[in-house]
Ligand binder design. Structure first.
Ligand SMILES: Cc1cc2nc3c(=O)[nH]c(=O)nc-3n(C[C@H](O)[C@H](O)[C@H](O)COP(=O)(O)OP(=O)(O)OC[C@H]3O[C@@H](n4cnc5c(N)ncnc54)[C@H](O)[C@@H]3O)c2cc1C
Length: 56
């Protein structure tokens, strides 16, 4: 059994953990260490519509 620790559950950490999950054996363990309980997928921010920066 192998244990793989991925530190940081941001864009790279989530992508790596997902790929590793498909590549390793069932008995292997992947641990994702991330202090936050949420993640904004920032590479998709460009798909958001622009908003005015002025506030009334
Ligand atoms: C406003 C904004 C808009 C962006 N828009 C785009 C875009 O349109 N397209 C694009 O390609 N890129 C965009 N980016 C860049 C994008 O954020 C980065 O390319 C990408 O998030 C980098 O991934 P990363 O995994 O290296 O870092 P991050 O996604 O920042 O992840 C790092 C993770 O490590 C965690 N962490 C930090 N310290 C520790 C610790 N000590 N122990 C454990 N975990 C820790 C953090 O909580 C975080 O979850 C944008 C960035 C910002 C800020």
């Amino acid at each position: 059994m192998s244990r793989i620790v991925v530190v940081g559950g941001g864009a790279a950490g989530i992508e790596l953990s997902t790929l590793l999950g498909k590549a390793v054996r069932k008995e292997d363990e992947i641990i994702l260490v991330e202090p936050e309980t949420h993640h904004y997928w920032k590479p998709s921010f460009m798909k958001l519509p622009p908003v005015p920066l002025t506030v009334i």
